[in-house]
Design a protein around this ligand. Structure first.
Ligand code: MF3
Ligand code: CO
Length: 260
């Protein structure tokens, strides 16, 4: 069942989602060679709790941390660790969810560490732009697969590949609600988009082949071919005027959505 949210509920959801966006902005600014992913995780949890929110991923199906921090060929669900030290030239995906006032917020960014190669910069740009293309495909009376179709077309036209094993999701009073939001597929399939739906759209894009495998820790997903992978995520409400991104940091409020 897909739960549609009232305008008042969407305003409430904005609290959790803007908090996540603000914290991700702070964490992205902390990223530098020598910083560990445990440092990022500790800061994220501290900032969430100080704002009266609870980490959403911690203890979710036994997940042990506030963030997922996925470095280089790690696709998603990398577990923060004091042993994982960021190095110049790495990329790190930082994924965070919180619960506040009964609702969840969820967003992710992938950040370069120090100086990265041109091809790596391109992977980050294409992945971020593919999320924007997916969001732009959100229209009332469109279908959920229009999003994945737009993401896949954007990514593959630029020579990269889209991960199939993990998908975006509805979000609200639960972290994961229906519908699933794949990042690939044909247009015009699946659930119809309606005013009040809220979706976490989260393309994962690989520089090489699309296949992934999960490491023995039971969480960390890596590319099978060892190629780099990037991940960006926004939580987006379907409104009568089109998509509204809820995970915009307060510092960028009012900036036109096209520039996000
Ligand atoms: N953003 C991811 C998701 O929505 C992160 C989930 S990590 C988990 O699925 F630990 F909560 F599973
Ligand atoms: Co998510």
């Amino acid at each position: 069942m897909v739960v549609c949210k009232s305008p008042a509920e969407i305003e409430k959801m904005l609290g959790a989602n803007e908090l996540v966006a603000d914290i991700l902005e702070t964490l992205a600014a902390m990223v530098a060679p020598g910083v560990t992913t445990a440092d990022l995780d500790a800061e994220a949890e501290k900032l969430a709790r100080a704002a009266g929110a609870a980490p959403a991923f911690k203890n979710y199906r036994g997940y042990p941390a506030t963030l997922c921090t996925s470095i280089n060929d790690q696709v998603v669900h990398g577990i923060p660790s004091a042993k994982s030290v960021l190095r110049d030239g790495d990329i790190v995906s930082i994924d965070m969810g919180v619960k506040m006032h009964g609702f969840y917020g969820d967003s992710a960014v992938t950040v370069p560490v120090g100086r990265v190669s041109e091809s790596t910069t391109r992977l980050l740009e294409v992945t971020k732009a593919s999320l924007e293309a997916g969001i732009a495909a959100v229209g009332v009376d469109g279908r959920v697969s229009d999003i994945g179709h737009a993401v896949q077309a954007y990514v593959e036209a630029r020579g990269f590949s889209v991960v199939r094993e993990f998908v975006g999701h509805g979000i609200g009073a639960a972290l994961h609600e229906e519908p699933q939001v794949p990042n690939y597929g044909e247009r015009g399939r699946g659930t119809r988009l309606r005013v009040g739906m809220v979706l976490a759209i989260e393309p994962m894009v690989n520089m090489g082949r699309p296949e992934v495998k999960v490491l023995r820790d039971g969480w960390t997903a890596v590319t099978k071919d060892g190629s780099l992978s990037a991940h960006f995520e926004h939580t987006v409400a379907v409104t009568a005027d089109g998509p509204r991104i809820l995970t915009v940091p307060r510092s960028r409020r009012g900036v036109t959505q096209a520039a996000l």
